[in-house]
Structure formats: C-alpha cells, structure tokens
Design a protein around this ligand. Structure first.
Ligand code: SF4
Length: 218
C-alpha cells in the first residue's frame, strides 16, 4: 500500500454519524478537499473554496488508530477526485474498520474496493446537477450500499419517484429521501411518502439537529 501517498484534506473529526443506516453511531470522518459539482444547496462550500491540508495516508491511518472500533467515513467535497483515496480506503479496510464512502454520484465507482459501503447521491433537478450523474454506477451498487436523494421541492420528489421506477432501484440498495429543510419541510415529505407507500427511508440530518448552524466538524 502506498502509505506515503498524499491527500488534500479539508478536515478530520470524530462525531455522531448523521445520515445513513449508521446514523446515531459514533464515527470518524475524513473529509477530502475539492468538488467537481456545484449543488444549489451545498453546505460544504469550504471543501472547494479553501485549499485542503496535505496529509499522507499513514498519518490518517495513525489518527484513525487512536479511536479503535468505530466506523470511518471518507467524504468530501467529492473524495473520488483524488487518486490516493483508493489506497486510503484499502488501508482502512485492512485496519478492520467499517468504511463508508460518501460520493456525489458523478464519478464511476468501479475502483472502489469491495467491502466499502458506498453512499451515493442521485442528484435531483433543483440541485442543478442532475445531468452530471454517472448512471453506470447504478449497476455497481449493492444492497449494502445506499442511494440518497436530496429533495428541495415537489418537483424533485416526483423526479426521484420516477427515477426509482425507471431504473428499478427498489431492493437494489437502501434508498433515502432527505429534505433540504429550508425549502421542503420534513413533515410534508413524510406525508408524501406515506401517501405513496414508498419503500424509502426518510432521512433527517441528525448532526444538523444536534448542532444547528454548524457545518464544520460535525
Ligand atoms: S457534491 Fe456535495 S460538496 Fe459538492 S457541491 Fe454538491 S453538495 Fe457541495
């Protein structure tokens, strides 16, 4: 493994996992710098507006080793933009960790090591980025993975429902609908999900409830 390979890191922190099936559990986060998309609702602009700190893989693995037994999430920005993310993921798996990868859905997942839990966005129209998705990824997703729809409006909701039907996504992975609460109330989304009897998980970002207004380090 290339443990001296370097990554541009936006931040590292230990927090409560706010999303996915792992929500509520403690988790180590490695947030890599840089993103190739510009979503309308982005709350992590600092990941591409600021330069990251250069860190090598061995330093990151040593930091992870200080907190045994918990899952590690590699996120961004878009983590797959950096070549060294692949040996980092392999190193985390070799260390025996549950490894989560949050990715924006625009980059092919074929090089992600087996065993990594992929949490992939499928961007909806109000994001402004839905035409940037790499749809070949839908064949690479497994039931252990998750597909996340971030919804800003009824238009997004209907688009997401259509995408699940069109791509036959039910049962292929965990499906989550997460509202942009500034423009779509969670209760409204819940009512739509129940009315349509959809097999998806309503996801509220636990970290935004615990630490409102704070976007870094949570
Ligand atoms: S993919 Fe994520 S980090 Fe990149 S612009 Fe969209 S919300 Fe922001």
């Amino acid at each position: 493994m290339k443990t001296e390979a370097r990554l541009a890191v936006s931040e590292t922190f230990y927090s409560i996992q706010g999303e996915s099936r792992y929500a509520g559990l403690p988790c180590l986060f490695i947030r890599l710098a840089g993103c190739n998309l510009r979503c309308s609702f982005c709350d992590a602009r600092y990941t591409y507006e600021e330069e990251g700190r250069e860190m090598n893989i061995s330093t990151l693995l040593a930091w992870v080793a200080e907190t045994p037994g918990v899952a590690v999430e590699v996120t961004g920005g878009e983590p797959l933009l950096q070549e060294a993310v692949y040996p980092l993921l392999e190193g985390l798996l070799s260390a025996g960790r549950t490894v989560l990868l949050e990715t924006n859905g625009s980059i092919l997942l074929d090089r992600v090591p087996a065993g990594v839990v992929k949490i992939m966005d499928l961007k909806c129209p109000d994001s402004g980025m839905h035409q940037r998705m790499e749809l070949a990824n839908l064949a690479l997703i497994t039931p252990a993975d998750e597909i996340k729809f971030v919804l800003s409006s009824r238009r997004d909701y209907e688009w997401a429902v259509g995408a699940i039907a069109r791509h036959r996504l039910a049962g292929t992975a965990g499906l989550t609908f997460s509202p942009v609460v500034a423009s779509l109330s969670p209760a409204t989304l819940a009512a739509w999900l129940l009315a349509d009897r959809l097999p998806v998980r309503l996801q509220l970002q636990l970290h935004t409830l615990l630490w409102p207004g704070q976007s870094r380090g949570v």
